[in-house]
Design a protein around this ligand. Sequence first.
Ligand code: ADP
Ligand code: MG
Length: 308
Amino acid sequence: MTGDAIRIEGLRKTYAGGKQALKGVDLTVPTGSIFGLLGPNGAGKSTLINILAGLVVKSAGKVTIWGWDQDRNPRQSRAAIGIMPQELNLDPFFTPRQALEVQAGLYGVPKRLRRSDEILGMVGLSDKAEAYARTLSGGMRRRLLLGKALVHAPHILVLDEPTAGVDIELRQMLWANVRKLNRERGMTIILTTHYLEEAEEMCDEIAIIDQGAVVARDSTRNLLGQLDAKTMVIQPESPPDILPQAPGISAERREGGLIALSYHASQTAAEEVLELVRGAGIRIRDVRTEQADLEDVFLELTRSTPAA
Ligand code: ADP
Ligand code: MG
């Protein structure tokens, strides 16, 4: 499929009880991308993902998955997508192999097309194939959930906070798997995470969602470029009595006698900042710069605006 793997238009969800979890979301996810859905707790990420999965019924809007309208072609749209949910909801009475077989059955995958052993190998559970689910560690359960999401060889893989609270080893294994599926099978990946570094490193495209609305949607590179705020941190030979001042540059003291000068790279050259410092008679012992990262973009965009 060329174009968009997922197209969401005017998506709304109001839960029984009146909570408006999604307030009119428009979003497209390009085929073949690794797409990050970021947002603070309660933003509506899981609600959106569970609507895609067919686990939560939307209140309004249109969802198209792999070209299939979710309402008109529920079977086809469901078959196109595999979901690794946030909750570790596994049937304790199934072994990993049984869990995969049952899941494949649910999706109508014929026996000859099942790849349970291959999937168990991929998620590193071959030696646990016959273990009782209740004897599996949290990390193993998570890997089994990834395996379950893959039984019907979906075009799109959705992972809801896959690395929240998991150790570094498992996180790296998960990401290696995800990258491989994306690269080798062209699988479109959608993930939610609140590890911003992870999104920065993994995702081609990012949407930031806050209080049920998309507040930013761009390539990771553009999103990071959006904030061209830079800070030059200077260690002076001796602390000056007064801080240097110039339009477009704001100076403040930091611990240890350091001076932080903030400016916008698009408006002020680093050389101008250095000149300002030298011009104020400050001798520079050491200097380094700090650049905005996704965390800054995120904070900027999700900073709650006080109620009017
Ligand atoms: P996120 O995954 O971004 O943390 P969620 O989609 O889980 O956010 O939740 C969005 C909002 O909807 C939150 O305020 C949450 O409390 C509420 N919510 C989620 N699930 C339900 C539910 N089943 N019933 C009522 N409210 C819910
Ligand atoms: Mg969630």
